[in-house]
Design a protein around this ligand. Structure first.
Ligand SMILES: [Zn+2]
Length: 309
């Protein structure tokens, strides 16, 4: 995690609010990547003054999930159709364990043939799940779909009639999808770009259920995206460090924060910010550096030092 200099904070807030994420999600993402004194307060202010968010606010509705939590990623998928909205129908799929979402525009074709084509494409990337959950509507319970489920050994589970909310995961995804699409399209973004913005945000930012990014849970590795640039780069990329000894800081330049615990009571500014690229190689080993402060400890240490407003 890095401390963001004042001049770049507005830019970082903008990235955190990508896809019009609410303050809770913005804070969750910030915890992984960046910090500055008073960041959470500024996130609240930023989210609350966004005009698009204020105009398009939807009431969140919690739905009960009666399905047992699956053991593995991609074991149980929930699927549902949404729309017609934005000119067509949409197939939405969510993995019950990782919460990884997939959204496919269907034009106006929600036949079994069209559904099978999309599911086959998804299985090309991720393989077939053990269980598919949907409502009782067509085409999910059609004869063609029964053959399809059998072909992959998929158990098809339907939600209880008159209790559509029991497909809560898919319903929640539909709600998030519409909320994000409404906001993005209200700002003049194209339908395609709005969909990508929604999917990237949902996949790459921490999900309230497990506090992790669904893509990272599913793929079991870190996802590289815009905010990843805030993280210090590996050492081998800093061969030209001498060039950086003088001069101002650059946007996106990784920095390391130091605090001498013996000095913070006497000094007004006990925190030293050093661009990582300008430090000698032997000093860039966080584990051996007693003054290097890791992620979560940083805020606490600064609060103790009386720095946090
Ligand atoms: Zn917004």
């Amino acid at each position: 995690m890095v401390v963001i200099p004042q001049s770049l904070r507005a830019q970082v807030l903008e990235i955190l609010h990508d896809a019009h994420n609410g303050p809770v999600k913005m804070k969750q993402t910030a915890r992984t990547y960046c910090w500055w004194p008073g960041i959470f307060k500024e996130i609240e202010q930023y989210a609350h003054k966004c005009q698009v968010c204020n105009q398009m606010a939807m009431n969140p509705k919690e739905t009960h999930n009666p399905w047992p939590e699956p053991e593995h990623n991609w074991q149980q998928l929930h699927m549902d159709f949404a729309g017609p909205c934005y000119g067509e129908k949409w197939l939405l799929i969510a993995d019950a364990k990782s919460k990884y979402p997939i959204v496919k525009p269907m034009k106006h074709d929600t036949s079994a043939k069209a559904l099978i084509k999309v599911l086959d494409e998804i299985f090309d990337y991720f393989g077939a799940p053990e269980t598919l959950v949907s409502d009782n509507g067509p085409p999910f319970t059609s004869y063609e779909m029964k053959i399809f489920y059998e072909k992959y050994g998929i158990q098809h589970m339907t939600t209880a009639p008159y209790h559509p909310a029991s497909n809560g995961l898919a319903e929640r995804l539909v709600r998030s999808f519409k909320e994000s699409m409404n906001k993005s399209m209200a700002t003049g973004m194209s339908k395609e770009q709005s969909l990508r913005t929604f999917l990237r945000s949902y996949r790459w930012t921490p999900h309230s259920f497990h506090g992790k990014a669904p893509a990272e849970v599913l793929l079991q590795r870190e996802i590289r995206h815009t905010l990843s640039l805030l993280k210090p780069r590996p050492e081998k990329e800093h061969a030209d460090e001498q060039e950086h000894v003088q001069g101002h800081m650059h946007p996106n330049e990784p920095i390391q924060v130091h605090m001498n615990p013996n000095e913070h009571r006497q000094q007004q500014h006990p925190v030293q910010v050093t661009p990582i690229a300008r430090r000698p190689v032997r000093e860039r080993r966080p584990a051996r550096d007693p003054y290097y402060i890791h992620g979560a400890e940083l805020g606490e240490a600064l609060t103790q030092a009386g720095v946090t407003p």
